[in-house]
Design a protein around this ligand. Sequence first.
Ligand SMILES: Cc1cc2nc3c(=O)[nH]c(=O)nc-3n(C[C@H](O)[C@H](O)[C@H](O)COP(=O)(O)OP(=O)(O)OC[C@H]3O[C@@H](n4cnc5c(N)ncnc54)[C@H](O)[C@@H]3O)c2cc1C
Length: 170
Amino acid sequence: MVKKPTASGGVPKYENHPMRRKEKEITDHTEMENILRRGEICRLAMAENDIPYVVAVNYGYADNALYIHSAPEGKKIDMLRRNNRVCFQVDTDVAVINTDSVHNCNTRYKSIIGYGTASIITDDTGKIAGLDVLMTQYQSDGQEYPQTLLDRMVIIKIDIESMTGKQSLE
Ligand SMILES: Cc1cc2nc3c(=O)[nH]c(=O)nc-3n(C[C@H](O)[C@H](O)[C@H](O)COP(=O)(O)OP(=O)(O)OC[C@H]3O[C@@H](n4cnc5c(N)ncnc54)[C@H](O)[C@@H]3O)c2cc1C
């Protein structure tokens, strides 16, 4: 059973630090999901032997999970096979504003940081389902996937265990 992510607090696996700027916190789960549905790039963080590694990837969001397409080998896949616990970050609506004044210069954004576990999907049915989620995210669903494409990729599924949302609208 997939656990529904929670806002700050109530997260069993990861210790959540309270958000310093409470007024910027997004606590509404539906709003967080909307950000994940609208985002295009996910920064996926992994760790091994106390050394972090982060990669930017495209992704699709559905049913409390992120779906990422990837080559079947490489550093990221090697790391995930050894430690499947990940952190990710997605942002939308980013704008750097008032750049002419050091006093008012700011960045608007909506952002999600989440934790989860990665599984690597290697069967064709699972890969097609993952690609469908990805292509829907990019408004290009109804695609056919040639076997040659399926053969040279895997899908990384991130089951989200907790997430927090933050926005700066100033
Ligand atoms: C906007 C964006 C979207 C992307 N979307 C996807 C995606 O959907 N799926 C996907 O698999 N990849 C995507 N990539 C590429 C991704 O960031 C990685 O380069 C790729 O996944 C290979 O990672 P790896 O760990 O297997 O690298 P490897 O090929 O194993 O290489 C590891 C080495 O190369 C360096 N390296 C790897 N990637 C990068 C990088 N991006 N920038 C600088 N140095 C790097 C590492 O520091 C390390 O030293 C995207 C990149 C960008 C910028």
